[in-house]
Design a protein around this ligand. Structure first.
Ligand SMILES: *Cc1c(COP(=O)(O)O)cnc(C)c1O
Length: 392
């Protein structure tokens, strides 16, 4: 199966059929499982075999199919599926850290991830050092012999900065630290976490895997020892396991993942091209576009920079709002990776609560728009953007 290409594995990996031989994966909406005998129940509680279940908070056949498929897709041995991307991030961090541990993380993190590190883990005695994730020398300087874990977004949100993952992995592994990559923006199709040696890839499956704005979900992918050891232990006892219906919609969504993500990333690149040099646009950011200062690194790591771009409208917040309000096809919202194209104003929504100094440091300016390219016709989207820019 590992010889099959990703697109084939996204359709078939992990499939288990019941005795009726259904074509489409079954959704097992069950919390519990019956045993043939009291002895069998006793044996399962002693040690659980690969395809044995006792309670859905510990595991469920539909969820297990999804876990196997996503682990296979990202190239990891195993996966634990979670209720949301944040359940995955907080679960992985909490399961692997203890008081006194030192963590180095890129500063350009998703707001909730920053909250987990700075407001929760710090309270339990974990020491956090935040650095500029694009600066290899900053990683080298911050990683110490007692660093237990490093954490970053492969591609940051909303400013699309790219971490040199091979460099960071090498520096972390040199001191025996674990590497956790938050892989939401890189997309499961173009993910390079495994190829670069990240020990754990965390995916908000809410994003490209659902891809149609319906479900929250998350996945922690890594070695069997980590996933079925500390991660599973923590997740199953604290109640963050994915529900079977979400796993089922995710399994069906994985069948079209490759087609959707490739189409959306091509559209994102075309939009970046169309906006580059526009008189009302100050700058455009898409990792694999020639205008991106890290294009060479982005291309060395993946053939595409994902499905999200960012650009700065000249004239600050007022001009930016006028532009957003004039959009007709592209909706104003705050998710990304949806089939529907979405424009977000990070400074006043997703990143509103960051102190101004942090916003300045991260480049979250009043004119910045994050645009998630959807599955609409690219020419229609570009026409929508141009008409809205004319309205500024
Ligand atoms: C969305 C997102 C999360 C959180 O995922 P949820 O499914 O919304 O909980 C974490 N990290 C990054 C980079 C994200 O984009």
């Amino acid at each position: 199966m590992t010889e099959w290409n990703k697109r084939t594995r996204a359709v078939h990996a992990g499939t288990r059929r019941s005795k009726w031989g259904e074509v489409s994966e079954a959704v097992f909406l069950t919390q519990g499982f019956v045993y043939d005998s009291a002895e069998q129940a006793e044996a399962r509680f002693q040690s659980l075999g690969d395809d044995e279940f006792i309670y859905a908070r510990y595991g469920n056949p539909t969820v297990r199919m999804f876990e196997d498929r996503i682990a296979n897709l990202l190239g990891y041995e195993d996966c634990f599926a979670c209720t949301s991307g944040m359940a995955a991030v907080s679960g992985a961090l909490t399961a692997l850290l203890k008081a006194g541990d030192h963590v180095v993380a890129a500063r350009a993190l998703f707001g909730s991830c920053l909250y987990v590190l700075e407001d929760i883990l710090a309270r339990f005695g974990v020491e956090i050092t935040l650095i500029d994730g694009c600066d290899n020398a900053a990683w080298d300087a911050a990683i110490r012999p007692d660093t237990r874990l490093v954490f970053f977004e492969s591609i940051s949100n909303p400013t699309l900065e790219v971490v040199d993952m091979r460099h960071v992995v090498q520096a972390a592994h040199a001191v025996g630290a674990l590497v956790l990559a938050d892989d939401a923006m890189a997309t499961p199709v173009f993910s390079y976490a495994r190829a670069c040696g990240a020990d754990i890839a965390i995916v908000s499956t809410t994003k490209h895997i659902d891809g149609q704005g319906r479900m929250l979900g998350g996945a922690i992918c890594g070695s069997r020892d980590l996933i079925r050891g500390p991660i599973e232990s923590y997740m199953k006892h604290t109640g963050g396991a994915m529900n079977p219906f979400t796993a089922w919609t995710h399994l069906k969504a994985l069948e079209t993942l490759d087609l959707r993500v490739r189409a959306q990333s091509e559209t994102a690149l075309n939009i970046a091209d169309a906006l580059e040099g526009h008189p009302k646009i100050a700058s455009v950011r898409f990792p694999t576009h020639p205008s991106h200062p890290q294009q060479a690194l982005a291309l060395a790591q993946a053939p595409s920079g994902g499905t999200v771009l960012a650009f700065e409208v000249k004239g600050g917040k007022a001009a930016c709002f006028a532009f957003m309000n004039a959009l007709e096809i592209i909706t104003i919202s705050n998710n990304f990776a949806d089939a529907k194209s979405i424009a977000t104003h990070p400074a006043t929504t997703t990143h509103q609560r960051l102190p101004q100094a942090q916003k300045d440091l991260l480049g979250i300016s009043p004119g910045l728009v994050r645009l998630s390219a959807g599955l609409e016709d690219a020419d229609d989207l570009i026409a929508d953007l141009m008409t809205a820019l004319d309205a500024v």
